[in-house]
Design a protein around this ligand. Structure first.
Ligand code: NCD
Ligand code: ZN
Length: 365
């Protein structure tokens, strides 16, 4: 009897378990795939890690019709390497004049998954955006009636308002009134950057969720000025003070299903970034999951990554969870200093940094 212990199987190596992380295949709920040569590059990187992505419509000209959206969706699918399974979830770009009938038609047809509200001139390619939210009140009424989600770039664009305060002022002057007037409207507050937004989402109803980027979890505003001007740390909304980043990290790992993954990966060429008037946008798609995993591990919450990356988004959108799996291995890797594609040069997020994890999908690539 006392010998029984000798028959017990040897324990599994603990190190092995903590070195492999298997997750339901994730989705990216906010990405810029661009067009032309950049599309071929960006779509491939997103589709390697994510099964689906909400694709931003801020092309030139923006995607405002069902026909333009179908054509863009076809270009995305055609740009992918053969055999790469990926579903782009398309969005319509709201303008002051947009026709609610066109939005409803696209939504019912399964072409538009959601609408995107860019306050005019808030960010890259947003000059055709909405100049005053009251101009689209009828559109919001329709979105609420048909159950079509509204995705918002949450910043006011007034020169009187300091750039670091634009998100907080948007909550008070735009989002608050919209949610009060349309209590059943499904809204995603995209790429949140402040503690104010975290609290706002926590205090709101179940119809409001927020996405959090990989970069806003890792950089604060000092990154833009570290030893000189750092254009590759510049995006919109701009990274804020350190305590805001801490609040975002707590929200991301909290297990609250109304915070989920949206990279806002937004490639621009090196030349367009390193300029006297550099473009806003950080290209995080190639190592997105590794970057999130590193943050979750630093917060002692790797077990919460799957909910944030693969479950909360589809639940909010009312879509099925993905069936496939992906694996992250604790194998360190250096992010390339620069990536090249078809004559374009792009500097990725965390260029030349060492990452602790390496992504591998179910096919082993
Ligand atoms: C985005 C882009 O480049 O299209 N830039 C960014 O800094 N995030 C636009 C946006 O999402 O604001
Ligand atoms: Zn974006």
């Amino acid at each position: 009897m006392t010998d029984q212990s000798t028959t017990v199987l040897p324990p599994r190596a603990a190190a092995e378990d903590s070195d492999v992380l298997s997750l339901r295949r994730p989705d990216d709920w906010h990405v810029h795939l661009r067009d032309g040569a950049m599309l071929t590059f960006a779509a491939d990187w997103t589709a390697r890690q994510f099964a689906r992505a909400i694709v931003m419509p801020n092309l030139v000209p923006p995607i405002t019709t069902v026909a333009a959206c179908e054509a863009y969706r076809d270009r995305i699918l055609a740009a992918l390497p053969a055999g790469r399974a990926f579903t782009p979830l398309m969005t319509a770009y709201l303008t002051d004049q947009i026709d609610p009938d066109e939005l409803e038609r696209g939504f019912r047809k399964g072409v538009f998954t959601a609408c995107k509200l860019y306050p005019a001139n808030a960010t890259t390619n947003s000059s055709a955006g909405v100049t005053d939210v009251r101009k689209i009140w009828k559109v919001l009424e329709r979105l609420e009636a048909v159950g079509m989600p509204l995705l918002v770039h949450g910043e006011v664009v007034s020169h009187d308002i300091d750039i670091f305060d634009r998100e907080a002022v948007f909550l008070e002057t735009v989002l608050g009134p919209v949610l009060r007037d349309f209590p059943a409207l499904k809204v995603v507050l995209e790429h949140i950057t402040t503690e104010d937004s975290v609290r706002f989402v926590e205090d709101a109803g179940d119809n409001l969720a927020a996405t959090i980027t990989a970069h806003h979890l890792r950089i604060d505003r000092n990154a833009m000025f570290a030893g000189g001007l750092r254009p590759h740390a510049y995006c919109l909304p701009v990274a804020k003070r350190r305590h805001h980043r801490q609040a975002l990290r707590k929200a991301a790992v909290s297990g609250n299903p109304r915070f989920f993954l949206g990279t806002d990966s937004a490639p621009h060429t090196k030349q367009d970034k390193e300029s006297a008037c550099g473009c806003a946008g950080i290209f995080s798609a190639p190592k997105a999951l590794e970057s999130y995993a590193q943050t979750f591990e630093e917060e002692g919450a790797l077990d919460r990554l799957e909910g944030f990356a693969s479950e909360f988004g589809p639940r909010f959108y009312g879509l099925p969870l993905n069936e496939g799996k992906v694996t992250l291995r604790r194998v360190s890797q250096a992010v390339p200093a620069i990536m090249e594609h078809d004559g374009l040069q792009i500097v990725p997020f965390q260029a030349e940094e060492e990452l602790a994890w390496t992504f591998q999908d179910e096919t082993g690539t």
